[in-house]
Design a protein around this ligand. Sequence first.
Ligand code: UDP
Length: 318
Amino acid sequence: MRCLITGGAGFIGSHLAEHLLGLGHEVVVLDDLSTGREENLAGLPGRERLRLVRGSVLDADAVEGCMAGVDAIYHLAAAVGVFTIMGRTLESLRTNLGGTETVLEAARRHGVPILVASTSEVYGKNTAIGLTEDADRIVGSPLLNRWSYAEAKALDETLAYLYGVEYGVRTVIVRLFNTVGPRQSGRYGMVVPRFVQQSLAGEPITVFGDGQQVRCFCHVLDVVPALVALLADEGAHGTVYNLGNPEQTSIGELAERVRAATGSRSPIVKVPYEEAYGPGFEDMERRVPDCTRAFERIGFRPTRSLDTILRSVIQEYR
Ligand code: UDP
């Protein structure tokens, strides 16, 4: 098979590329290298079967130029990271809305199945312990910058769903819950690489807010095979799947665990949200997935604990 991965030079995309190459497929990566990095793809086994095209998903010609012989599309390209969303909100909104429509159009024209990566962020402030795919979305004012990401991704889901219903495009939507692991950068806000780098450097570990907020971290290597299995499964098409690890950790506890695992003496400091992200920020108190649907469909069950995740990220930064 030949697979197109938009955003394939990014953190999750490059692991997906590695997995698909490992299965013997050809891979075309379309990436504007805004947050993705060529180095993420450099040493991959089977790299000779991968073609990297530098271009934007907003550019319909660039997308079309990648489509020859493609059998499956994984649409991962997006503006990511809370720092990016808060700092370049309009540009992020445009990328996340326009990019998805452009890629869905290509899928429709070529009759190719497509997986659209969405996010647990769409649930917003719903704190249910075990969010199911049909849980209500509770989001704040559209004038608060943070919610623009959730709004864009929710509309992407609706678009993908309607391309399925009205045009017969074979689509799968996945909502990813705090996917982490090697190659993830801390530059755009993600907490695990930031805490690890801060600890290893002996710098203060910056806990935003009171540290009571809860997240569930899932190793990227647990997520990637599920993306492939879902898109390959005709019975999985036309709906949305949560993918995450239900193990809950507060951000305060995460800071402690990273410090202990690195043997660091970094102080743990609390930074008010406004100072961290600027005005217009609301955080989610808790975000916990219920992945029953993905388990029943493809047997999805993450096996890597937070300790394993932290070990792999610490090893990489060391
Ligand atoms: N966070 C933090 N310190 C940092 C970066 C992030 O305390 O240096 C917090 C952030 O405010 C959020 C949680 O860690 O409550 C997870 O942040 P991330 O951006 O990784 O993912 P999110 O769940 O917000 O999409």
